[in-house]
Design a protein around this ligand. Structure first.
Ligand SMILES: [Zn+2]
Length: 312
């Protein structure tokens, strides 16, 4: 158990959006305790704030997006994964376009930003959501499940009829070191036929071989090769870490995903919040004041949170 954490200093990067292809500047700034991850619009409705919460999720294809307070920001999962992976709880994310920068298609550039900004402990405890009963979503051959565990762990399995993938399974035991060394470098990937179809529909405009592993029929188009032989499943773990951060607080449990994706990831987040009898809060400060930004739990869950607190 630990204290809440934020950045020591603000830090910025620039890039393009994977789907829009538009230039974007993203700045990570220190934020007070209980802020959570809050996006700040630096374009148009300047200054509007939007918590990275499942409450603000919008259905999109191929990425995770949130919308509200007059703006939308999509493809947020890789920067969210870096923040969750390095245990940065409170941060303002200033952004001047409708999509986060894709950078190299992984979380590694955001990890390097956070590491160079520095992380500091704050004077309030970090609450954890500990799973006490399993929850599961099955959708045909795809499924995702969370069950009780003494530590945060993810087991992900993917299956593609491609010679460089076939079946890959990866088990990740969370620590900031493990995230930075095992997961953060894994890049997003796509199949050549699908990439071409995306371009035809006006999506994936910022995608290229500098930020996407592109699979042809027999191999990959990227001349530099893979960063890990199982880079594909590691990237799915990365996406799941980013999507699960929309829960608003770190979980303790074993997430088991089989051929899952963004939609199932976030459906399970919602299901967890809808079933407070399946978890307890650990290490929460006894008096939970109403924070200015309250992304930790959806508004309908706050009474249940209080009950769980008293019970634990
Ligand atoms: Zn991804």
């Amino acid at each position: 158990m630990r204290q809440q954490q934020t950045l020591l200093n603000p830090i910025s990067c620039t890039g393009v959006g994977l789907h829009t292809g538009k230039p974007v500047t993203l700045t990570l700034r220190p934020a007070p305790t209980d802020t959570g991850v809050v996006f700040v619009n630096r374009n148009g409705h300047a200054g509007a704030m939007l918590a990275a919460s499942v409450d603000h999720l919008v259905p999109t294809e191929l990425c995770t997006a949130i919308s509200g307070n007059g703006f939308q920001v999509k493809t947020i999962e890789h920067v969210l994964a870096a923040l969750a992976g390095l245990s940065v709880d409170n941060v303002f994310v200033d952004i001047d376009a409708a999509e986060a920068p894709v950078m190299d298609g992984s979380s590694a550039p955001f990890v390097r930003l956070i590491q160079s900004a520095g992380v500091k402990a704050q004077n309030r405890r970090r609450a954890f959501l500990k799973i006490t009963r399993p929850l599961e979503i099955v959708d045909g051959s795809r499924r995702i499940r969370i069950e009780p565990s003494s530590t945060p762990r993810i087991t992900y399995t993917i299956q593609y009829d491609h010679p460089m993938i076939r079946t890959q399974t990866y088990t990740y035991d969370h620590s900031t070191h493990a995230f930075a060394t095992e997961i953060a470098e894994a890049r997003t990937f796509g199949f050549l036929q699908e990439v071409e179809a995306l371009w035809a529909r006006g999506l994936g405009r910022g995608g290229n071989l500098e930020n996407t592993v592109v699979l042809s029929q027999e191999g990959i188009l990227n001349e530099s090769g893979l960063r890990f032989s199982d880079e594909f499943v590691r990237h799915k773990v990365l996406d799941l870490i980013g999507d699960f951060s929309l829960l608003g607080l770190p979980f303790i449990g074993h997430l088991i995903a089989d051929r899952s994706g963004h939609a199932l990831h976030t459906r399970l987040v919602k299901q967890i919040l809808d079933h407070p009898e399946c978890w307890v809060l650990l290490n929460a400060d006894q008096t939970i004041s109403q924070p200015e930004f309250s992304p930790s739990l959806s508004s309908s869950q706050r009474p249940a949170t209080a009950v769980a607190l008293q019970a634990s």
